[in-house]
Design a protein around this ligand. Sequence first.
Ligand SMILES: Cc1cc2nc3c(=O)[nH]c(=O)nc-3n(C[C@H](O)[C@H](O)[C@H](O)COP(=O)(O)O)c2cc1C
Length: 255
Amino acid sequence: MTSVTISVRHMNPTIDLLNSHRSIRRFTETPVPQDVLTTVITAAQAAASSSFLQGVTIIRVTDMDKRVALRDVANGQRYVEEAPEFLVFCADLGRSMRCCELHGGEAAKGLTEQFIIATVDTALYAQNLVVAAESVGLGICYIGALRNDPARVTEILDLPQQVYPVFGLCLGYPDQDPEVKPRLPVSVVMKENSYSTAGEAQAIAGYDEDMRAYYAARTDNQKAQGWSEQMAGLLGREGRPHMLEFLRSQGFITR
Ligand SMILES: Cc1cc2nc3c(=O)[nH]c(=O)nc-3n(C[C@H](O)[C@H](O)[C@H](O)COP(=O)(O)O)c2cc1C
C-alpha cells in the first residue's frame, strides 16, 4: 500500500497540493487581495451540491469588534482575530425556503434530511475554497470552536431562522511552516464490500507510534500522545451538548 501511496503522491500537482495540507495558525500581515478572495470563493461555488440546493452563506467578518467577539467564543484562539480574513460558513436553508414561498409553496421545515443536505453542502463548499486557497499560496485554519456558543455567533452575525454557523475559517499568507500531520493508514479507512474491523487494532497501534513521533518532533505544541488516546479524550466526554437545542431554536432538526 505504501508504494501505491508514494506513486500517487507524485502523480500531479493537485494531489501533491492535497497531500501537503497543514493548518496554519500564524499569518503575515499581507492582506488577501480582493480578486484572490473572489477567485477562491468562486471556486468554492463550483462544488457539487445536493439537489443543487447551494445551501451555504459565507459571512466575511471585517468588523474588528465582531472578530474579537468571535475570538472570545472560540476560547480566545488569537488567529481568529489576527488572520487577514475570517469567514464564517453558515448552512442556509432560508434562501431556498424564500424561493419556495416566492413560487406559492409552503416550505416543509425542520426535517433532519434538510439539515444533512445543508451541512454537507457547507462542508464541501468550504473544502473547495480551502483547496483553491492553498493552491494560490494561502494558509487556512478551520474554527469549529465557534460552536462553543453558536447562539452568541448567531447574535453577532444577525443570522436568521434556518441558518446556522457550521464553522469559521482563518485565511491568509502563512507566517509559519508546520509539518504535515500523518493520517490514518488507508487500510484502516477503506474496506472492500463490507465493513470490517479486521487488522484495525494493529494498524492503529502502528499509527499511534507515528503520531507520537510526529508530536514529539514537531516545532509547535509538542506532546506525548498517540491518536487513539486523543479519541478517548474526545469521545469520553460530551462535546457541545447544547447543539441539539440550539439547532432546534434555529428551525433545524425538529423532526
Ligand atoms: C471542521 C473543523 C473544525 C476545526 N476547528 C479548529 C479550531 O477551532 N481550532 C484549531 O486550531 N483547529 C481547528 N481545526 C483544525 C484541526 O485541528 C486540524 O485540521 C487537524 O488537527 C489536522 O491537522 P492539519 O489540518 O494540520 O492536517 C478544525 C478542523 C476542522 C475540519
